[in-house]
Ligand binder design. Structure first.
Ligand code: NAG
Ligand code: NAG
Ligand code: NAG
Ligand code: NAG
Ligand code: NAG
Ligand code: NAG
Ligand code: NAG
Ligand code: NAG
Ligand code: NAG
Ligand code: NAG
Ligand code: NAG
Ligand code: NAG
Length: 562
């Protein structure tokens, strides 16, 4: 760990947080935002470089809304990249047109064009986030979404004194799109990131970054709510605050049964709200984020820090570092995830589907396919049920809605073509996959159970899976191969965690359930950008219900053309 020579000294820039909760207008039901996609020269670590931003900000602006609001975000693209924005975790009922993944629900917003994402926030409250959903541009194009409960509805936990957003990110010194191009040319992963960040800043453990530390001033004896987002591209992250425990109260905008822990774990795409009691000796305490990686893979293992600073304490006080779980601490990860439970109160019930109409079993695999233009003549790839997803040229939702033939096939298999010992010894031969734009058709309002099974094709690894358009219940998880004769008996059908992104454990499985009551085309993919790019993705085409109230809405007039 490189220590900056100015480590902890008075040069550390203290920027006070904006406390969102008090800036939300009380009644307005319509919230309008303007997002200008611009390239801006931002200085981080040892140098400044142009990055793609929203409104010149990094991280981008926070969307504040209240449950029940209608939100309009006019995205105008002034950059030389195609753009699309995803509102990660918003269900977008019947309204996939506002979901954002490029070539799944829309064509990108081209340079010089605008598109207004128009959506209602219905039945959701908590912390979500938005990010670019094309190429790797979400490395710098992301921000928080804060949804306050309906007016007059309190949180189901002690009212915090103040709150702050903590966005964990990943930073490349060079242009991230160049790194990806270079990786694709070689058929190898691109360079790993150079730093992790907290609210866009790496903190004083990095050299030459003494001005780049996020600090949050707190008063002693209060309760603070931190809304934490893992916006990193490829790294699961532990997060902790020296000397302070964290009480988890919400994940992915769903309230949980509160529990207290010294550190939390978030996979890319996940959000966690925690309460922090400022009950320690007034001082300066580091918040820190560092990856969790329990597969034999090399990653950026550097620690990002920020400062929790008690009021009146000078910047010259040296902060303490928290004890983060070791990089490879599988036991911590499994134990932590097992503590997550839906609140399941009368006001916020966990409506877990008890009967399953459709059983799906998808294997997650890495592989190697021929690539005549690549350095070795091969390239690394990834697949679900041995299918590497090929991106279409137009949006799948348009193809579905307008019945355009030949864009996708609905024959994605419900189970792997050939069962094998998924998590046995590493398989390093016959690593080829099949390619195709293949999706699964799901009947409206049917209940789906999906087992996601990691495999040892090349290597086992933990994979965070994100489903668009839905929350799902994580009814079970385990290490090794899913056992259909024994494991279902252990499922939690009472208060399982409800979320939109779940980590499939390294060499293990998860079982999720959801009711397919949102018609449209919904992307499902590994939220490690590296694996998404390698084809670890598919989509569900959820059919319309019987009447027009349960059918996909007509597309907006300004939907970007292809
Ligand atoms: C960005 O800022 C740095 C430092 O101020 C400067 O050296 C560099 O030329 C700038 N780059 C661009 C593209 O403006
Ligand atoms: C979106 O913003 C652009 C650029 O400011 C503007 O030209 C356009 O009219 C706006 N669209 C809407 C629907 O307001
Ligand atoms: C969103 O709410 C508005 C009223 O505010 C309504 O007209 C519109 O149909 C709703 N859209 C969806 C997708 O529910
Ligand atoms: C990737 O890293 C290598 C080795 O540090 C460096 O030579 C190369 O320029 C980097 N590539 C990009 C695109 O940043
Ligand atoms: C944090 O929790 C641990 C375990 O429950 C406990 O031992 C410790 O005293 C707590 N620390 C603080 C600062 O509350
Ligand atoms: C982080 O990675 C570097 C380079 O791969 C390695 O030298 C170092 O030991 C690692 N640190 C930890 C804490 O794993
Ligand atoms: C975790 O990494 C440490 C240091 O690299 C190593 O000593 C230890 O054996 C590893 N633990 C496991 C469970 O792999
Ligand atoms: C390509 O070749 C390099 C160098 O020989 C090797 O390290 C790498 O594993 C190879 N990549 C693949 C995908 O086979
Ligand atoms: C799968 O592989 C593991 C590890 O090699 C082995 O322990 C296990 O017995 C195998 N299972 C079956 C069903 O062959
Ligand atoms: C995947 O498909 C490829 C190409 O058809 C085949 O060679 C390979 O054996 C299959 N792998 C698995 C695990 O089914
Ligand atoms: C979906 O199914 C549930 C359970 O059978 C039922 O209560 C609900 O009314 C159905 N919804 C629609 C829109 O048909
Ligand atoms: C931008 O998107 C359009 C429409 O899909 C496509 O034709 C064009 O090739 C894209 N440009 C780049 C640079 O990807």
């Amino acid at each position: 760990m490189a220590k900056c020579k100015d480590y902890g000294l008075a040069t550390v820039f203290v920027c006070l947080c904006l406390f969102g909760v008090f800036s939300v207008p009380v009644t307005a039901a319509l919230k309008k935002y303007q997002f200008d996609i611009q390239v801006k020269n931002v200085s981080r670590l040892c140098h400044a470089k142009p990055i793609v931003t929203v409104n010149g900000m990094f991280p981008g602006p926070t969307i504040y809304a209240r449950e029940g609001d209608r939100v309009l975000v006019n995205v105008t693209n002034y950059a030389q990249y195609n753009m699309s924005i995803h509102w990660h975790g918003l269900k977008q009922y019947r309204n996939g047109w506002a979901d954002g993944p490029a070539y799944i629900t829309q064509c990108p917003i081209k340079t010089g064009n605008s598109y207004t994402y128009a959506f209602n926030i219905t039945g959701q409250r908590g912390t979500l986030w938005w990010h670019a959903h094309i190429f790797w541009l979400r490395a710098t194009v992301y921000g928080a979404i804060v949804i306050m409960p309906k007016q007059g509805t309190p949180f189901p936990f002690p009212q915090p004194y103040r709150e702050a957003n903590i966005l964990l990110g990943e930073w490349w010194n060079n242009d991230v799109e160049d790194a990806v191009k270079q990786g694709n040319k070689l058929g190898m992963p691109p360079n790993t990131s150079d730093a992790h960040t907290i609210n866009g800043k790496p903190g004083p453990l990095f050299p030459c970054s003494e001005k780049h530390t996020f600090a949050m001033e707190v008063e002693q004896g209060k309760t603070y709510l931190l809304r934490i987002v893992n916006a990193a591209l490829n790294d699961e992250l532990f997060f902790a605050i020296a000397g302070h425990n964290l009480t988890v109260v919400e994940i992915d905008a769903v309230y949980t049964k509160p529990f207290t822990t010294e550190a939390i774990l978030l996979a890319p795409g996940q959000t966690t709200n925690v309460l922090v009691q400022t009950n320690q000796v007034p001082g300066r305490y580091f918040m820190a984020a560092r990856p969790f990686m329990d597969a034999p893979l090399s990653i950026d293992n550097k620690t990002a820090t920020a400062i929790l600073q008690y009021k009146g304490i000078p910047n010259s006080v040296l902060p303490l570092l928290p004890q983060l779980p070791a990089l490879n601490n599988t036991a911590f990860a499994l134990t932590y995830n097992a503590k997550l439970r839906s609140l399941n109160s009368p006001s916020f019930p966990a409506n877990v589907p008890l009967n399953v109409d459709r059983h799906l079993f998808y294997t997650i695999g890495l592989g190697i396919n021929p690539c005549p233009t690549c350095l070795n003549g091969t390239r690394l790839t990834a697949s679900l049920n041995n299918i590497t997803f090929v991106m279409p040229q137009i949006g799948l939702l348009q193809a579905h809605y307008f019945n355009i033939k030949g864009v996708f096939r609905t024959d994605f298999p419900d189970r792997p073509p050939t069962p094998f010992n998924y998590t046995g010894a590493p398989l390093t031969a016959n690593l080829g996959t099949n390619s195709g734009t293949r999706v699964s058709k799901v009947e409206f309002n049917s209940t789906v159970e999906l087992i996601l099974q990691d495999t040892n094709l090349l290597t086992v690894e933990s994979h965070p899976f994100h489903l668009h358009g839905y929350n799902f219940f994580v009814v079970g998880t385990g290490v090794g191969n899913f056992d259909p004769s024994k494991d279902p008996a252990k499922f939690n059908l009472v208060d399982p965690p409800e979320r939109n992104t779940v980590g499939v454990p390294t060499g293990g499985w998860v079982a999720i359930r959801f009711r397919a009551d949102n018609p449209g085309v919904w992307f499902m993919h590994c939220h490690l950008e590296l694996h998404t790019g390698w084809g670890l993705k598919t989509a569900f085409v959820v059919e319309n219900g019987k009447d027009s109230d349960h059918s996909v809405l007509p597309p907006p007039k300004d939907l970007p053309p292809c």
